[in-house]
Design a protein around this ligand. Sequence first.
Ligand code: MN3
Length: 245
Amino acid sequence: MAELTRRDILGTAALIGGWCVLGGDSALAQERSSAGQPVPGGPYSLPPLPYDYSDLEPHLDAQTMKLHHDVHHAGNVRSANAAIAELEAIRRVGGERIRQVRAATDQLSYNLSGHLLHSIYWTNLAREGGGDPASDSEIARMIKRDFGSLEAFRGNFQAAAQQVQGSGWGILAFEPSAQRLLVVQAEKHQNTAVWGAVPLLVVDVWEHAYYLHHQNKRSSYIKAFMNVVNWNDVDRRLRAALERE
Ligand code: MN3
C-alpha cells in the first residue's frame, strides 16, 4: 500500500510537471515512440483524417495538415488522457491536494477542448467544399434567419476568427436555449466560450494551422479555409443538435 501510494505521488508529480511517465520510459522517449498515438487506455483517441494530407491543397498544404493532425492534435489527446489519469491518481491518494487538482483540471480543460475542437475542424473540411451551403439546407435557412444573409454571416465569422487575441478559434455555434446560431471566439481552446453552445463550424487560428504556407497572413488562411468548408458536415451537425433538443 505504501509502495502504491509512493508511486502514485511520483506519477502525480511527473504529470504536474507536464510530463507523462508511463512504463518507466522517459517523457522524451515516450514522446518519440508514440508520436500520433493516444495514451494507451485513455478515454480519448486521435480520429483519423477523413482524407489524405494533400487533399485540401492548394488551400491547406499537406505538411501543415500532417503536423497539425499528427503532432498538435495528437498532443492534445495524449495530454487530455494524461490529465484524466492524473486526476484519478490524485483521488487515489486523497483528493484534497488543491494545487495538483487545480493544475490537472486546467490541463484537462485546455487539452480536452483542443481535442474536441480539432475533431470538428477536420470533418468541417472537404476537397469539394467551399461556396455556399445548399439553399434548401437547415444551415442555410438558419444563417439567413439569424445573421440576415450568408454574406453578413461570412463577414461576422471571418472577422471574429481574424480578431481572436493570440491563439484560438472562430466558431459558428448553435445555442440551444434560444435555438439560435451564434458566432463566438475561443481564446486558446477553452476561454471565452459559451456554455452549452454546440460548435458547428470551427476555424483554428493558431499559427500552427497556417504559418508554413500563409506565414503571418491569418486573413489569407481564413479565406483559404472558407474554400474547403464542408457545408454538408456543418448542416449535419446542426440537424443533430436540433434533434437533441
Ligand atoms: Mn490546431
